[in-house]
Design a binder for this molecule. Structure first.
Ligand SMILES: [Ca+2]
Length: 275
């Protein structure tokens, strides 16, 4: 239990750091050892402050660990976060951003065919693709294998779209068959949802699995004529979340599209739900 929590919340986190010190002090063989550990890691703070802080930290860690207990036991990924996005798991009902796939790397949070990020890490370093744009946007997650870019005035908004995306909207592209991305999501209402998808280019079928079980097939209904001509696939598919709480949603996709976001719209709420 403790090891599992420490893996999920590394020791550079002050909350888990205090908790780890508390555990070390509690496990020390004698008073001298306890005092040494205490002073080494915490300094000359009062024992009551240390105990109170550690108890709070322990309770917080237990609550977080419990919150994530619905994820498949073997899953080692965690929700996306960075210096700009700190909202935690994406919420359903609501919009799941394709580019906010989980942290954890190849084979854990995603599968991508090659090690290059052909958008943020390649195309967007070329002239005409980054000037005047916040580097956070033009080079978003460029160190990741999953190929990402953003909606540009020149490429995406200088013509008529079937559905106009927002400027600077992130999307995943350069897709290949059998690639996938994981999203740790927070389902607030159990029930059946329809999924609207913002996409570009070809007709296609994409799939979602839920907690590693097949859950939904979505149809992208028409060829838009270009990766940069965008369309809304309304009610592209339907998915049922049988319970509320933190769950693992996996997007399985194929060659031929840009994918920006997925709107999960509740159609029929479940009469009962459980965590
Ligand atoms: Ca790639």
């Amino acid at each position: 239990m403790v090891l599992a929590m420490q893996r999920r919340f590394p020791l550079d986190n002050p909350v888990s750091g205090y908790h780890a010190v508390f555990l070390a002090v509690a496990g020390a063989p004698n008073a001298i050892a306890r005092k040494t550990i205490w002073r080494k890691h915490v300094g000359r703070v009062s024992r009551s402050v240390l105990i109170a802080t550690s108890l709070v930290a322990g309770l917080a860690l237990t609550a977080c660990s419990s919150r994530y207990s619905n994820l498949p036991a073997t899953y080692k990924g965690r929700p996306f976060e960075d210096s700009h996005y700190m909202a935690g798991p994406q919420v359903i009902p609501g919009r799941v951003q394709a580019a906010y796939f989980d942290l954890g790397g190849e084979g854990v949070a995603y599968h991508d065919t090659d090690k290059v990020n052909h958008g943020s890490g390649e195309l967007n370093h070329q002239k005409g693709h980054f000037e005047g744009i916040d580097p956070y946007i033009s080079h978003f997650r460029e160190a990741y294998d999953v190929d990402l870019s953003y909606v540009k005035q020149s490429a995406d908004l200088s013509h008529t779209n079937y559905y106009t995306p927002e400027k600077n909207q992130f999307y995943i592209g350069w897709e290949e068959d059998n690639e996938w991305c994981n999203y740790t999501v927070d389902v607030k209402k159990a029930g059946t949802y329809r999924i609207n998808i913002l996409y570009g280019n070809t007709t296609n079928t994409i799939r979602f699995s839920l907690n590693n079980e097949p859950a939904c097939e979505c149809k992208l209904p028409m060829h838009t004529g270009s990766y940069h001509i965008w369309n809304l696939a309304a009610a592209a598919g339907r998915i049922t979340f049988y319970r509320t709480g933190i769950q693992l949603l996996t997007l399985h996709y194929n060659k031929g599209n840009n994918l920006a976001w997925f709107d999960f719209i509740l159609e029929n709420a479940a009469t009962t739900s459980s965590r």
